[in-house]
Design a protein around this ligand. Structure first.
Ligand SMILES: [Zn+2]
Length: 433
């Protein structure tokens, strides 16, 4: 463990530490951020009301839109010149969301990411091939500084140039691959077409995050690379990658670092807090962030919290695999569908490659969904076989998700490959409408 004392605190010690840090965080945010002061005043709550962790339930949530509304620097507790770094989301619609870090924040982030990597089974001295994108996205630099903090040799390759990635994985003898799961799959495929036996690489461990993925995808990546595939969680608004990570021992739920974050699960409709173990939306409060504290940030991620003891000995509760982001949920003819459900189905379907794209269109007043899938390289590719496969898949998908869709089976290699974050859904409904 990177920090055994912190990672194995008793539940009582953790709770006491959380309350102390929570009070300080909320007081500092209230004193320094006009937007937060107005919000808390309007809700009739003050920092001194936090006499227990449960008292936080009366405090208002923070939404992603508030970061946009206060763009670019309106949520920071410190003057801009005290920030050492800015990151920003891609902002597909309108303004990006901007996050900033003091020296203390960068230090904390490196520690948390080092802790997460160690939890994933990465060790000092390992060669870490970091294929997360470098730049405004927090993935690349987050993993980079965490791996350095742990004492690894970092290869800052970033995304893209996949053939070169395969060469460097071989030549530098990488022990660890950090990337999105969809890009890891792309690397594996390109390696296979180059005639490289990816299972013979030195790679021992993959630390995959930044997009939701399924257990089926985990099995696939583990088999292709001959590695242990570990789920890493984080989001820029909270700190970046390193908010939670699976342990190599259990690979069952991600330890959320509770000495630095407070996790709640709420019902996204009633906004009431739910008991541990019930599924709902993950809400996170930062406890030690300086520049950009977040009070009850609504992540939109749907999951459950698990407080059962873990075989690894860490006491921090586990955030179970995020099945999808509320924002990612598709509503097709009134039925809720998560792309990750479709992924899990396709990855396990015999004869298919684990690539897919969902295209949404409007046919008159009705939504129409077509799912484009791809045959595995070894499958036959005559028209009759493609049509038969499409029929089978349509039938199974309909019984699983309850929506009739068009299935288009393409030949091996026909679908676009991920260069970082996979684009799973093309929604043409708005432009068509
Ligand atoms: Zn564990």
């Amino acid at each position: 463990m990177f920090d055994r004392t912190a990672e194995c605190l008793s539940r009582a010690e953790l709770a006491a530490l959380q309350l102390d840090r929570l009070k300080k965080t909320v007081a500092r945010a209230y004193a320094n951020v006009a937007h937060i002061r107005r919000k808390l005043d309007a809700a009739g709550v003050k920092p001194e009301h936090l006499t227990s962790l449960d008292a936080l339930e009366r405090f208002p949530f923070t939404l992603k839109s508030e970061l946009r509304d206060t763009y670019p620097f309106g949520m920071f507790t410190v003057p801009r010149e005290n920030l050492l770094r800015l990151h920003a989301s891609s902002g597909t619609t309108g303004r990006p969301t901007v996050v900033g870090y003091t020296r203390g924040d960068l230090d904390l982030w490196s520690d948390l990411m080092a802790r997460s990597l160690a939890c994933a089974g990465v060790r000092p001295g390992d060669v870490v091939h970091n294929a997360y994108g470098y730049g405004l996205f927090t993935g690349g630099l987050g993993a980079h500084y965490g791996a350095e903090r742990l004492g690894c040799t970092v290869v800052p390759v970033s995304g893209g140039g996949t053939e070169r990635q395969v060469m460097l994985l071989q030549d530098f003898g990488a022990d660890v691959l950090c990337s999105t799961p969809s890009y890891a799959l792309n690397i594996a495929e390109v390696g296979e077409t180059m005639g490289v036996d990816m299972r013979k690489l030195r790679l021992r461990c993959g630390v995959f995050g930044a997009e939701p993925w399924s257990e089926a995808m985990r099995r696939d990546l583990q088999t292709r690379f001959g590695i242990k595939a570990i789920d890493l969680y984080g989001l820029s608004e909270i700190v970046g990658p390193g908010v939670a990570c699976e342990c190599a021992e259990a690979q069952n739920g991600l330890h959320g670092w509770e000495d630095h974050f407070l996790f709640e699960i709420i019902d996204p409709k009633t906004l009431e807090r739910l008991p541990t173990g019930e599924p709902g939306e993950l809400v996170i409060t930062t406890l030690t962030k300086e520049a950009l504290p977040m009070i009850r940030y609504r992540t939109r991620d749907i999951t459950t919290l698990n407080d059962e003891p873990c075989v690894c000995g860490r006491t921090h509760r586990r955030i179970m695999r995020v099945t999808g982001r509320d924002d990612d949920m598709l509503i097709i003819r009134g039925i809720n569908v998560f792309p990750s459900q479709i992924e899990a189905f396709l990855v396990d379907f015999p004869g298919l490659a684990p690539h897919y794209q969902i295209v949404l269109t409007r046919e008159g007043p009705l939504d129409a969904m077509s799912v484009e899938v791809e045959l595995a390289a070894e499958a036959p590719s005559d028209e009759r076989f493609l049509a038969k496969k499409a029929d089978e898949i349509r039938h199974h998908l309909k019984s699983m998700i309850g929506v009739t869709c068009t299935v288009i089976v393409k030949r091996s290699g026909a679908l676009p490959r991920s260069q970082g974050k996979a684009v799973r859904v093309k929604d043409l409904r708005k432009t068509a409408g």
